[in-house]
Design a protein around this ligand. Sequence first.
Ligand SMILES: [Zn+2]
Length: 385
Amino acid sequence: MSKKKTSKFGAFVLCALALVLGFFGGFSVFTYISLPKTEELVISSDVYYSKNDKIKEANSDLDLQDAEISVHFLELGNKYTGDCTYIKTKTCDILIDCGSKSDSIPTVANYLNNYVTDGKLEYVIVTHAHQDHYAGFATPKNIKSIFDLYNCETVITFAQTKQNSTKGLYANFLREIEETKTKNNTKVFTAEECIEENNGAKKEYNIGENSTLKILNSKFYTQKSTTENNHSVCTLIESSGKNFLFTGDLEKDGEEALVNLNSLPEIDLYKAGHHGSKTSSSMTLLNVTKPKVVCVCCCAGSPEYTKTKDNQFPTQEFIDNVSKFTDKIYVTTLCIDYDANKFESFNGNIVYISNQNSYNIKCSNNNTILKDSEWFKNNRTWQTA
Ligand SMILES: [Zn+2]
C-alpha cells in the first residue's frame, strides 16, 4: 500500500468511527431526554397502586416478623375445599375458619405453631356451619379441636344456622364451645350480638397499633336464607389504610345487602367469596370494593361439587368478574386426580405481608398469578377489556 493510499484509508476509518460515535451518542442523548425517569418506567400494575393509594408492592422482601399485619391463606393437607385464614399482628393471633375436615387440624396446627408462640388465639371467627369452614372446631369427643389446642380468648360465630343442634357436626360444635367457655373462659359472641353490641360484644376490636377488626352488618344474621352460606359472618380488617375483606361463603343476595348495610371501602386484599364460586364475588360487591389482590381457598379444578368444568372452583364467571379489577389472583391448591386422591400446591400457603405503605406476597410453592399458570391456560380464559 502506498503512503497516499494509507492516509486515504485512515481518513475513511476516522470518518466511519465519527459517524458511529455520533449516531450512538446522539441516540443516547435523545433517549435520556425523551424517556421518563426510572420510577415512571414501571409498566406493571404497580403503577396502578402508586396512582391510586400510594401503596406499592415492596421491591425487597418484607420480613414477616416485622410486618404490621400478615394474612395467611392455608393449604389444608387434603383434596377437599376448605377455608382457613390466619392473621397475625404485633399483638394478636386471629383465625377465621378451620376447614376442610377434622383431619386438617394437624396441618393447620403445624403451621400456626410457627407463629403462635403463647398458645393463644386472641380472636377466632367461625363464619358458618359448613364442614369446610368449621370442621376444626366441631370435632368428635376423641379428636382435639382448635379450641382444645389453643386458648381462644374471643370467639365470634354465625348468628343462625339451619343445622340440627342435636346431632352431627353442629352438636359437636356446641359441645366444644361450651367446653372452651368453661375451661378457658372464652368469650363467645354471635355476629348479631357484635352488631347490636349486646352482652359485652363489640362491632369493632383493636388488634394492633393501627389495626382494627370490624364485624360487618349482614342481612342474614337476623333473616333466614335458603342457603347456609348467606349466614356467613363478614369481617373487615383495617390496618394503616389498607383494607382486608373476608365474607366466608356469602352469596349474591347477601353481598348486595352487605353493600347496602355497610359503607365498604376499596379493598386491598379480598378472600374470594365462596372459594371463587359463581354464586359470589358479584359485580355489586366488586364495583364498590375494587379488590387489588384476591386469594382463593380451593382445590382448583376439583369435581368435588360439580362435573361442569367451568363451574369448578375458581369458576370462569368469578374470573370474568374479578379480572375487571385485578390480575393478582392466587389459589392455594390444585387438583390433579380427584378419584386417585392426587392434589398438589398451586401457590400453596399464600401470605400477604403488609407494612404501612407496602406489601409483599410470599407463597410457599410459587408466586405465579393465576392467569399465567398452566392450569389456567388449559381451563380458563382471560377477558381483556
Ligand atoms: Zn365453603
